[in-house]
Design a protein around this ligand. Structure first.
Ligand SMILES: Cc1ncc(C[n+]2csc(CCOP(=O)(O)OP(=O)(O)O)c2C)c(N)n1
Length: 440
């Protein structure tokens, strides 16, 4: 009897303890002590974190900088065989040939500007691996929003030499009807949005497109390229933050080439460059050797999968590289950087992207000097042929510059067109009007 009574009593106590009101009471009573605040952490909606009683600011030096991921050493030797991408011979040769074709096209079109044949040009000299490694790793249908120094991405997708040349001449075969400056390429068929010069405008646009892709559930992502200089624009912050909060399938590909025209990166930002900002936005981030095409390939391939995982989300890649050429044909970079610095980065021992890939292929027995010589000759020939063909094509009537912007020509543009017409009636002989086909 005594035993039964005790058991009953014990059961009652247990039931009481389990009842929600008792639990609530217990919590309320423990909330009143400062100890439990420590247990549960701060309740502010703005951040998940702990309490501290140490008065301490966090400095950027307190955080370890992101390391630079690489596959090859400076001489094209794979460091960890596990990291070597499993790419077949055709793919590897296409990568190398596109890198070198781009280099040759840059040399010839740069010179053609110097000869007065085209008005402006920008080379990708030194950054070929960032273009080809990333372009090869995404799906050709993923949408590209470039800055202006990503010519190799379009070349990888099949934009022909003649199409590049037609755009640079602004002739009637240019898909943009000669309205844009040279190198402002675009191709609807190749999913490459037309370049616009104002820095960073492509970034929020790319996030918007990625959000639309997410809603469409089409299994594709967006990749957007930008320089470390463009990353200082407000639009870059807006794009990164929106993409993170809306979980958009997008790869932010920063080409950190050390200079934004004459502004060196050490004056462009403080802290751990552009990659260091990624985790602060809640964006998975990797810093990669942008002169190692295999490392860029691996990083971009992994970034693509990550961007599409679990409904989507942004990924940031910071590709460390060096702008070997002048910013554009309007720039002389020797005015703001020592010639010796450029020479260093040109040398194979500093891990030049083309020399490094060449050595890798030679090491695998896929390439040799005779093949190199033949390919260089062929490539040069193809580019010169395209240049001569594109140069002969006439330009559209000058009036075209007033069309296709507004549905109805606004009054101020109408006036400008009339004034241009009067001007050409008087002074037309001073212009190369024979190069323009007359208005339909
Ligand atoms: C909004 C805006 N400001 C300034 C410029 C002038 N501008 C053209 S390119 C450039 C430097 C950009 O450097 P970065 O983003 O690092 O790219 P890189 O040219 O080195 O590839 C500047 C300042 C511009 N085009 N747009």
């Amino acid at each position: 009897m005594i035993r039964t009574c005790n058991l009953q009593h014990f059961r009652d106590i247990l039931l009481k303890l389990r009842s929600p009101s008792t639990l609530r009471l217990q919590r309320v009573s423990s909330d009143s002590t400062s100890d439990s605040d420590e247990d549960e952490g701060p309740r502010f909606p703005g951040a998940k974190t702990n309490w501290t009683e140490k008065l301490k600011f966090r400095h950027s030096d307190d955080i370890k900088p992101l390391p630079v991921y690489r596959v090859m050493d400076n001489y094209g030797k794979v460091i960890d065989p596990e990291q070597e991408p499993k790419l077949d011979k055709d793919m590897l040769l296409k990568m190398y040939k596109t890198m070198t074709l781009l280099r040759q096209m840059d040399l010839i079109l740069y010179d053609s500007q110097r000869q007065g044949r085209i008005s402006f040009y920008m080379t990708s000299h030194g950054e070929e691996a960032t273009h080809i490694g990333s372009a090869a790793a995404v799906n050709d249908k993923d949408l590209v929003f470039g800055q202006y120094r990503e010519t190799g991405v379009l070349m990888w997708r099949g934009f022909s030499l003649l199409q590049f040349v037609n755009q640079c001449f602004g002739n009637k075969r240019d898909q943009g009807k000669g309205k844009q400056m040279p190198v402002h390429y675009g191709s609807k068929e190749l999913h490459f949005v037309t370049i616009s010069s104002p820095l960073a405008t492509q970034l929020p646009q790319a996030v918007g497109a990625a959000y639309a892709y997410k809603r469409a559930k089409n299994g594709l992502c967006v990749i957007t390229y930008f320089g470390e200089g463009a990353a200082s624009e407000g639009d870059a912050h807006a794009a990164l933050n929106f993409s993170a909060t809306l979980r958009c399938p997008i790869i932010f590909f920063c080409r950190n080439n050390g200079y934004a025209i004459s502004t060196p990166s050490k004056e462009q930002y403080c802290g751990d460059a552009i990659g260091g900002r990624g985790p602060a936005y809640g964006i998975p981030t990797i810093r990669v050797d942008g002169n190692d095409v295999l490392a860029v390939y691996n990083a971009t391939e992994a970034a693509r999968s990550l961007s599409l995982k679990d409904g989507g989300g942004p990924v940031l890649i910071e590709a460390m590289t060096y702008r070997l050429g002048h910013h554009s044909t309007s720039d002389d970079s020797t005015a703001y950087r020592p010639a010796e610095e450029i020479q260093n980065w040109e040398s194979p021992s500093w891990g030049h992207p083309i020399a490094r890939m060449n050595q890798y292929l030679v090491g695998k027995g896929l390439w040799d000097e005779a093949m190199e010589e033949k390919w260089r000759k062929d490539a040069k020939q193809q580019i010169i042929q395209a240049l001569l063909a594109g140069e002969k094509v006439t330009k559209l009537d000058w009036k075209e510059m007033f069309t296709d912007v507004y549905h109805d020509l606004p009054v101020d543009l109408q006036k400008q067109m009339e004034s241009m017409e009067d001007h050409l009636k008087k002074y037309g002989e001073h212009y190369p009007l024979k190069n323009f086909i007359s208005a339909p």
